[in-house]
Design a protein around this ligand. Structure first.
Ligand SMILES: C[S@@+](CC[C@H](N)C(=O)[O-])C[C@H]1O[C@@H](n2cnc3c(N)ncnc32)[C@H](O)[C@@H]1O
Length: 284
């Protein structure tokens, strides 16, 4: 993010400003029961930026990749590990496509919730698990104090903006970043589990037969060494012959499906040329 400031659309309703400078109001996440549609929830989660990675997501963006996976699964009932799932919209899509034909589904992300402090001026401050303020939302402005682009602000602006941020307190209320419908599904169906998981740490759950990593393993976010480390973690976690689906939705939906082998990964199929990290996946 070049300049870590945006307008809060709620404060400028009639101006019709472009989406790239005027974002939807993240404070709506504090009242999820008032959010009418899953797309509206996703729009709010998508404006978050945590440790250099965006939480961008929306329902319906993996249709062709999910179809490729389901075809490869045949009659198998997979144990799915969905990493970097953001608000879980695309997990809900795959769960719908699988119907009842799955053994368990782990919806994971490094951050499934944030702590939020509000005040009587209508401001909300969002903090990650390390206590860093990742977003300060006022009725008219959005400020990303942890973003790289701070150096582009005028010299006086950054201390002024940062100075208004209250110190972190672990007692601040926790706000879920997971789609309410998925939270509800996880309460009803013990096979659906919401779990915090960092792809650079070993997976500590049951061995998945499918790992899905969408819009996460890309070079804009991570170095090749980090990507290799994530791939090795996936390889260690997967059951023998397990499948790895890697998706990129930048211009069009691109995806590659790999099978775990004794020594690494084998390419099964790709759509629209596949993921940019295909060579790296095959050599890790
Ligand atoms: C661009 S979103 C992709 C969301 C969803 N998979 C999709 O395709 O719509 C990337 C997600 O990866 C998560 N993420 C970033 N680094 C991660 C890490 N080291 N381990 C697990 N998740 C991570 C972010 O929190 C974010 O929710």
């Amino acid at each position: 993010m070049r300049i870590p400031l945006r307008l809060n659309r709620a404060g400028w309703p009639s101006l019709g400003l472009p989406r790239r400078i005027c974002f939807p109001d993240p404070r709506d996440l504090l009242r999820p029961e008032q959010i009418a549609a899953p797309e509206v929830f996703s729009e709010r989660v998508s404006i978050l930026l945590l440790s250099g990675t965006r939480k961008t997501t929306r329902p319906g963006r993996h249709r062709q990749s999910d179809a490729l996976l389901v075809k490869a699964l045949g009659q198998q009932r997979p144990v799915v590990l969905d990493v970097g799932a953001s608000d879980g919209s695309t997990a809900l899509d795959l769960l719908t496509t699988l119907g009842d034909a799955f053994a368990s589904y782990f919806v994971t992300d490094r951050a499934l919730s944030l702590r939020v402090r509000t005040d009587d001026r209508g401001r909300a401050f969002f903090y990650d698990a390390d206590g860093a303020c990742v977003l300060a939302a006022t009725p008219r402005l959005l400020f990303y104090p942890a973003a790289e682009g701070l150096r582009w602000l005028p010299r006086w602006a950054s201390p002024w903006l940062q100075g208004g941020i209250p110190p972190y307190d672990p007692a601040y209320p926790e706000v879920s970043l997971v789609q309410p419908r998925l939270q509800e599904l996880a309460r009803r169906d013990a096979r659906v589990v919401l779990k915090t998981h960092d792809i650079f740490q070993p997976w500590d759950g049951p061995a998945p037969t499918v790992i899905k990593a969408a819009n996460l393993l890309n070079r804009a976010y991570f170095s090749d060494d980090q990507l290799r480390q994530a791939m090795r973690n996936f390889w260690r976690a997967l059951a023998p012959d397990g499948l790895l689906l890697v998706i990129d939705n930048r211009d069009i939906e691109k995806a590659s499906l790999f099978a775990r082998t004794e020594g690494g990964f084998r390419h099964i199929d790709s759509i629209h040329g596949g993921t940019e990290i295909r060579p790296l996946a095959l050599s890790c």
